[in-house]
Design a protein around this ligand. Structure first.
Ligand code: GLA
Length: 400
């Protein structure tokens, strides 16, 4: 009996730590990350200026919240094993930087890795997980991206659970963004561990290419999209499939940028900007702050879109939204323009995840296109011209 009680007490105390912080990603997280534009060339001024730009350019008002420092902020561990930032690049220290970012009404993210060294060869958290989580919490960090380099011999479940528990015991709610590249199918086991998990290797700013390095590849937006097949049922409020950070404003065409952004919103991926906000052209800013696209991303039902039809020329994706609304995206991934003539009534849209269905023979919906503002209803065919590498994104509301 006594033994049973002790075991029960042990299980209860373990249980108290074995939880991620809830409520941190009820909708996919939105923010910015330093990696895609700057890689290791980062410093505290860049982070401050980026926070300023997020406020000044209306990105904060549009919903972007996190300013995330990726790899290479690190200095050395001291004799007690405590990690310090690179003193030349971050001379004021991380606490001061977090205070600055918080003073703008934004949140600060940081990066570490399961291994002894990060992908950029800096000190990782292996063997220092609890110590690092306490350090980050003391700095006022709000978000941890946790990478998978130097992980040989580690169990992914074990390594990410250890960091989750470390964050819990440090006592500060920090969003836990798992960057395991999908190697061990985190969607199958990480809903109680992280708030999001990367589903693929790194993104690259091209439409449909694969860039091979010696031991890894980077993928264009169509390649990443195709790797999401079958994953939508695993995502939902508090645990998202992360399709990697955005490459909008990084060299693709405007049509490609719009398509990339709309697809990430439709599939409920985190929206983490990767461009240099300090020098962003207005055309890019308009894409990234489009209210309707962001409303699709942040819909509180949190059900990612699925492809319900592929007619060989274009793909049709649907996302059920709160209050009976829907979003629909038509994607022309090909090289030729397409003249669209879509008969709503010819296709039942039936979702095996949400169990929602819409039959346009029985119900008429009003639609509004989110880039140009064109509108119409589903009693008439949808007629439109779709340029190569472009999307049409519509929001649909049942007629009252
Ligand atoms: C990995 C991650 C990237 C980035 C780099 C940093 O490649 O997947 O997102 O964090 O490491 O070195």
């Amino acid at each position: 009996m006594k033994r049973a009680l002790i075991l029960l007490a042990l299980a209860a105390s373990a249980g108290a730590h074995a939880q991620k912080f809830e409520g941190l990603a009820a909708t996919p997280q939105m923010g910015w990350n330093s990696w895609n534009s700057f890689a290791c060339d980062i410093n505290e001024k860049l982070i401050r200026d980026t926070a300023d730009a997020m406020v000044k350019l209306g990105l904060k008002d549009a919903g972007y919240e996190y300013v995330n420092i990726d790899d290479c902020w690190h200095g050395k561990r001291d004799k007690d094993g405590v990690i310090h930032p690179d003193a030349e690049r971050f001379p004021s220290g991380m606490k001061a930087l977090a205070d600055y970012v918080h003073s703008k009404g934004l949140k600060l993210g940081i990066y570490s890795d399961v291994g002894a060294t990060t992908c950029g060869g800096r000190p990782g958290s292996r063997g220092h997980e609890y110590q690092d989580a306490i350090t980050y919490a003391a700095w006022g960090v709000d978000y941890i991206k946790y990478d998978w380099c130097d992980s040989k011999g580690l169990s992914a479940v074990g390594a990410y659970t250890t960091m989750r528990d470390a964050i819990r015991s440090a006592g500060r709610p920090m969003l836990f963004s798992m960057c395991e590249w999908g190697d061990n199918k985190p969607w199958e086991w990480a809903a109680d561990i992280g708030h999001s998990w990367r589903t693929t290797g790194d993104i690259y700013p091209c439409w449909d290419c694969e860039l091979s390095h010696s031991n890894f590849s980077r993928y264009g937006v169509m390649r990443i999209l195709d790797k999401q097949a079958g994953l939508r049922k695993y995502a939902g409020p508090g645990h998202w499939n992360d399709m990697d950070m955005l490459e909008v404003g990084m060299g693709m065409t405007e049509d490609e940028d719009r398509a990339h952004f709309a697809l990430w919103a439709m599939l409920a991926s985190p929206l983490i900007l990767g461009n240099d906000l300090r020098s962003m052209p207005d055309s890019t800013r308009r894409i990234l702050t489009n209210k309707d696209v962001i409303a699709v991303s942040q819909d509180k039902l949190g059900i990612p879109a699925w492809k319900f039809l592929d007619d060989g020329k274009v793909e049709y994706w649907a996302r059920p939204m709160a209050d009976g609304e829907w979003a629909m995206l038509v994607l022309n991934r090909g090289e030729q323009p397409v003249a669209l003539s879509y008969d709503w009534k010819a296709h039942l849209v039936s979702d095996d995840v949400s169990k929602r269905e819409v039959d346009f023979k029985k119900a008429v919906y009003n639609w509004r296109e989110v880039w140009g503002g064109k509108s119409g209803d589903t009693s008439h065919k949808l007629e439109a011209k779709l340029a190569p590498h472009s999307v049409l994104l519509l929001r649909l509301k049942a007629r009252g």
